[in-house]
Write a protein that binds this ligand. Sequence first.
Ligand code: ADP
Ligand code: MG
Length: 333
Amino acid sequence: MIELEGLTKRYGEKLAVNNLTFAVRPGIVTGFLGPNGAGKSTTMRMMLGLDNPTAGDVRIDGKHYAQLKDPLTYIGALLDAKAMHGGRSAFNHLLCLAQSNGIPRARVAEVLDTVGLTPVARKKAKGFSLGMGQRLGIAGALLGDPRILMFDEPVNGLDPEGIHWIRNLMKSLAGQGRTVFVSSHLMSEMALTADHLVVIGQGHLLADTSMSDFIEQNSRSYVRLRSPQQERLLDVLHEAGITVVEAGNGTLEVDGGSPEKLGELAATHQLVLHELSPQQASLEEAFMRLTAETVEYHAHTDEPGMTPPVQEPPLARPGWGESWDRAKDEGAR
Ligand code: ADP
Ligand code: MG
């Protein structure tokens, strides 16, 4: 269980994370969704004690990260796996991590097997492909057999096979009763993996809901109507007790309407229709609607010529120090 209470991070003028309160529960995959720049990585870094909150609090099973003894056995994280590991072999990289965290040596071979890297265990990690680097990062996260796992945009830049593998891994980890927290800027990705959804925009909490509720509330079907006689059409629809939304650009939307009925109604009143089309709003659209305001707000407040964010030096923390590479994260946006 991860609990956030009023978690806030300010970088100068910029409120990167603004008063976030939510909990990440065990046994399910919780998706952490938000557009680029929403504050996902900053939040995750604070959860791992890699960045200090300006205000508020994060607790891992009731404790602050710094209070955890052998933290890798509580929480494993993949922050930025795009960064390549150094000249050590995959095996030695994991062995060093294990030794500095009180984890038995035998775990190294086990996690290499889990992520499918056994055949290349003795190869230098810097020659690894993106997908292999990602798997090595995940092996590091799994090393301490932690009850809590955190993945920051794990599928970014992976091939379909790698993406499929990561999705299944996250589901099986949750199936074992672990807490799995995974970020993405893609609704389509979350729809496939997450059981629960936490959505943020500009550092604010926008939604904290089960995936099924989110789908139910947002995947509305409607009929789109356009008519050169829009005023009359509106009157006719109102008289028939049909609720209409004026969607701009001369289009009307009728939630859950039947195109047959609407077409016949228009015909009865001799109204010309230029469009009568059943529509299904995608989850992606729902996500865009939800975050639209915060994105606009962003565009308004960013001063022209504002300098890019200051990069923080990499932190020497076993487990993710080596995979920490802000520059690449920025470059991937
Ligand atoms: P996400 O991971 O959702 O894309 P981030 O947490 O990386 O978002 O960034 C949130 C906001 O905080 C962005 O506007 C980003 O530019 C800013 N930011 C992140 N890290 C720093 C930093 N070290 N210094 C200044 N601003 C930062
Ligand atoms: Mg990020």
